[in-house]
Structure formats: structure tokens, C-alpha cells
Design a protein around this ligand. Structure first.
Ligand code: PDD
Length: 286
């Protein structure tokens, strides 16, 4: 079955889907995106993803391409047409196509909207989570506005590639003061020897991950000890457990940071429990 993409009002086979060569997303990475998990045919945490999308767009002065109700229909329809039960839906909005000029185009330039969806093999993902992942640390060399979910992801792509070359699955960025900010495409967490969950506050240096926010709901509901405070790379290496969160990874155990094995080198018990229960608290919409 060929995959289907939504592009500016029409559903087309993925191989025929295209945007203008002068689209500002292509020319300047002048756009934002969201990735939402699909679980059992339902969108996970759609409300939070759409709220963050609106915030990203408003921070950059890009208009919503269609109303929120229409966008929900497009997301659902793209998932349906691609027959995704478990997987991901990707949506991107750019400032639209216009003659290449750094200055914004005329305000009536329509934003570009692209939506795609793909299936993910859940049993493979669970098998991966049973082993956990290795991460490497790298200096954070990104711009200050990482709170905006911008498509400008070159430092993130370079970091992931570096991780791959070193046999790891994720790279953790470290700020100038030695504190971990976040992963190249995930938020970073540790669990201390006193069983406190630590993750950096979303006020600076990170994207406010939707998975992160929902996990905070779960942790608070279960009366776990949680502290939103920055932690150093050294603290992470001495932690009892570590993990990352993202719509693409859910709660993924980290078993090695650089050359340091975390705990006994296997996914931590609390991390595994949180992963198993994540969908109990996440919103699921048809
Ligand atoms: N990335 N931080 C960064 C830099 C990210 O790129 C992501 C997600 C997250 C986690 O956010 P969320 O929990 O809302 O997925 C944190 C997506 C999945 C991606 O780029 O594919």
C-alpha cells in the first residue's frame, strides 16, 4: 500500500507529494513541526501538541494554515488513509512560498501545511526499550530559542549522526556550565539514588516536550518525588536510572552515558514501570 501525504489541501501519494522550491521551509527552515504518537489508531496528547504548535507559530509570527478543527480532521484522515494503528503522524507548517528574501513575504502569503503518517512496529519498539539505549554527550551549540519546535534542526541532526558513529542512539547536549539541556530529539531525565526524578525546567534551554509534561502528570499522580531542576553530566553518570522522553521513543531507558554504565547496565525498574503506564495518563483522541 502506498503512503499518502496531505499537502496544502490535497491528499496525494507520498512519491508525488511536493512543495514549491522557494518554500521558506526549504530555503530558511522558516517553519515549525509536531510529531504525535498514534496508539491503537488514536492520536496521543493531540491537545498538547496542537497547543504547542500554536505557540511555536505565534512566536514566529506564522499564521495557522487552517482552523484547529480542520487540522484535527486532516490529522485523523492522514492516519486513516495510511492505515496507521501504531505509529507517528508528522505535521509541518512553514511561512509559505515566496521569492527568496530574508524579510518576511506579504502577509497574505498562505502558510504551507504538510502532514504525513507512518506505522511503527510496536513489538520492535518494546524490544528496544527492554535493552535501553546508549547516549553520548556533546556541547550544546544550538540557538537560544529551542523552546520553539522549529524545523531548523541541523545541530540536532549532526549530534544524532555523531551518536550513531559512536554506537549510541541519542546525544545529550550539555550547556556551558556543565548541565545537561536535552537530547537531540528528546528530553533528558535521571532518577537519583534517593528515587527523585530530575528533569531540567522547561523555562530555558529545552523544548517543553509533550511526553515530558504527561510523564510529570503520571509521576505526580503516583506521588513520586519529582524535581524540575538542572542536573550536571556528572550527576547523570552517577544516577540510579536515566531515560529520555519523546513522542517517538515514549520513555526510553538510558543504560550508558559516554563510557559510563548506568546502574547495572540494564533499564531501571522505575523507568520500566513508568513506560508501561504512560498511556494510562496520556490523552487519546480518535
Ligand atoms: N522531537 N526535545 C527535542 C529537541 C525534540 O526534538 C523532541 C521531540 C523532544 C520531545 O518532545 P515530545 O515529547 O513532545 O516529542 C524534546 C520529535 C519527536 C522529533 O523531532 O522527531
Amino acid at each position: 500500500m502506498s503512503r499518502i501525504a496531505y499537502v496544502n489541501g490535497i491528499y496525494v501519494p507520498l512519491r508525488d507529494a511536493c512543495v514549491h522550491v522557494e518554500d521558506r521551509g526549504f530555503q530558511f527552515a522558516d517553519g515549525v513541526y509536531e510529531v504525535c504518537e498514534v496508539f491503537g489508531g488514536r492520536l496521543v496528547d493531540q491537545t498538547r501538541h496542537l497547543a504547542r504548535l500554536k505557540r511555536s507559530l505565534s512566536e514566529l509570527g506564522i499564521g495557522m494554515p487552517v482552523g484547529e478543527g480542520a487540522l484535527k480532521v486532516i490529522l485523523r484522515e492522514t492516519v486513516r488513509r495510511n492505515r496507521v494503528r501504531d505509529g507517528l503522524v508528522y505535521l509541518q507548517v512553514t511561512r509559505g512560498a515566496a521569492k527568496r528574501d530574508f524579510v518576511f513575504p506579504a502577509p497574505d502569503t498562505p502558510p504551507t501545511l504538510v502532514v504525513t503518517a507512518r506505522s511503527v512496529d510496536r513489538s520492535k519498539a518494546e524490544a528496544g526499550a527492554a535493552n535501553g539505549i546508549s547516549v553520548i554527550s556533546l556541547p550544546d551549540n544550538r540557538w537560544e530559542r529551542v523552546d520553539i519546535k522549529s524545523t531548523g534542526l541541523l545541530p540536532n541532526a549532526l549530534a544524532r549522526q555523531r551518536a550513531k558513529e559512536r554506537g549510541a542512539k541519542e546525544a545529550w547536549f550539555v550547556d556551558r556550565d556543565g548541565y545537561v539541556t536535552e537530547g537531540a530529539a528528546s528530553n533528558a531525565w535521571i532518577i537519583t539514588r534517593e528515587n527523585t526524578l530530575l528533569t531540567r525546567p522547561a523555562e530555558s534551554g529545552i523544548l517543553r516536550g509533550v511526553t515530558r509534561t504527561t510523564l510529570l502528570d503520571l509521576a505526580r499522580r503516583d506521588n513520586l518525588l519529582v524535581s524540575e531542576r538542572p542536573f550536571t553530566l556528572a550527576e547523570a553518570k552517577a544516577a540510579k536510572e536515566a531515560f529520555v522522553t519523546a513522542a517517538t521513543a515514549l520513555i526510553m531507558p538510558v543504560v550508558r552515558i559516554d563510557d559510563t554504565v548506568i546502574g547495572d547496565g540494564k533499564p531501571g525498574a522505575l523507568t520500566a514501570r513508568l513506560r508501561a503506564r504512560f498511556h494510562e495518563v496520556a490523552e487519546r483522541s480518535l
